[in-house]
Design a protein around this ligand. Structure first.
Ligand SMILES: Nc1ncnc2c1ncn2[C@@H]1O[C@H](COP(=O)(O)OP(=O)(O)OP(=O)(O)O)[C@@H](O)[C@H]1O
Ligand SMILES: [Mg+2]
Length: 371
């Protein structure tokens, strides 16, 4: 039997918890020809949600999923999109012949079979104009499909990091997307400030061009039911109270919840209570130490002190309040303010609703165990 708590990707609705309202809203938007931007902190489930949408969407649409993480230029973006098109339902086994040849020819490139046996194209444009034309051809191709196309571009904020003149790129993309009657766009990203800058700054090309949708953590009771039902199906015991406690201590941050229950599910005997859990969890967290040992090098000693205090406190509502200042041993609230700002910028801490906490839940637990 497979472990029902996935650590990556998407397998099907039975391993996917909730997101019913989000799914309905996104599918409604697609039907109403409205483009959408999904934004959320890392590891909350943006990519899985997009895959879930794809599985729930009627077959009247072609669905294309492109993850553009790590692309560095317009040329790489175009290549990633073209490969996503090739892997999509547009080229199902039967229709792969001439249609694919035409598509590839229109982009002015050749194609090869990648090591995983799938066709892939390797296009490298060298000058800017040809690259834009490649992108135009790609949109043109999608525009002329019989079925409407949903194009999901995950990690869209990456385009802001390309070392080209930014505004023309955004403007060109915006122009292309606006001309596309047959294509619905789903953008998604995790870096708030970049996404916000692109979609909510009035002089930027994408300003208010899409429906903005913030993804939050999954509701406590819904997640609890999901977890308990999978343990029951697997004929394994799981304490209700322990599920509550784990959901609380992870802030329901999806990846961390999944990782812990994946681990617990894999044990031959499940812990009965928090104390039993902690003794198992200690080793699990200590193993992560390799990721965290360099942390002090990434910050000033003072920032490290603040980080450890955050870990110890868990939720911090008012970092500059007397209570927290005392905990950290600061007398001066302005050095705390600077420290918190720096840590927010470094994405060590985040604002989660009404409080601040460490972004990486395992780091919080690691530092707790080590202090
Ligand atoms: N609704 C859900 N039910 C169950 N598991 C989920 C759900 N959403 C996401 N997951 C799982 O949580 C983990 C993180 O999800 P995902 O990779 O989609 O997050 P993300 O926001 O795209 O993260 P990143 O910012 O790292 O790209 C994955 O293991 C995924 O399988
Ligand atoms: Mg993702």
């Amino acid at each position: 039997m497979m472990n029902p708590f996935l650590l990556k990707g998407y397998v099907g609705p039975e391993y996917f918890c909730d997101r019913e309202i989000e799914t309905k809203n996104i599918i409604d938007s697609i039907k109403n020809q409205q483009d959408i931007t999904i934004y959320a902190y890392r590891r909350l489930g943006k990519s899985a949600l997009i895959q879930h949408i794809s599985s729930q969407l009627s077959r009247d649409y072609h669905f294309i999923y492109a993850d553009i993480w790590g692309t560095n230029s317009l040329s790489e973006l175009t290549r990633e999109l073209a490969n996503a098109v090739i892997r999509s339902t547009i080229f199902s086994q039967r229709s792969i012949g001439n249609k694919l040849k035409d598509f590839i020819k229109s982009l002015g490139t050749s194609f090869s079979i990648s090591p995983d046996g799938r066709p892939s194209i390797d296009l490298m444009y060298h000058d800017r104009n040809t690259t834009f034309r490649g992108l135009e051809e790609l949109m043109f191709f999608l525009e002329h499909q019989e079925k409407p196309v949903v194009l999901a571009i995950d990690e869209f904020q990456e385009i802001k990091k390309y070392d080209s003149v930014q505004v023309p790129l955004e403007a060109t993309l915006r122009k292309l997307t606006q001309q596309s009657q047959n294509i619905r766009f789903i953008y998604s990203g995790s870096e708030f400030h970049l996404i916000n800058e692109m979609f909510n700054t009035y002089n930027r090309p994408f300003y208010q061009s899409t429906r903005m949708m913030q993804l939050n953590s999954i509701d406590h009771d819904t997640y609890k039911k999901f977890i308990l039902s999978h343990f029951k199906k697997g004929k394994k015991e799981m304490s209700h109270e322990l599920v509550d406690q784990i959901l609380d201590s992870t802030y329901r941050h999806t990846y961390y919840v999944q990782a812990i229950f994946n681990h617990l599910f894999g044990l031959s005997k499940q812990p009965k209570d928090w104390a039993g859990f902690e003794s198992i969890y200690y080793e699990f967290i200590m193993e992560k130490g390799v990721f965290y040992s360099e942390l002090p090098d990434r910050m000033t000693p003072q920032q490290f002190v603040i980080t450890k205090a955050f870990a110890k406190a868990g939720k911090v509502t008012n970092p500059q309040g007397n209570e927290f200042l005392k905990k950290v041993g600061f007398t001066n609230s302005s050095s705390m303010r600077r420290g918190v700002q720096a840590l927010l910028k470094k994405q060590i801490i985040i604002k989660d609703g009404s409080f601040y906490r460490l972004y990486d839940v395992f780091l919080e637990h690691y530092l707790k165990f080590n202090s």
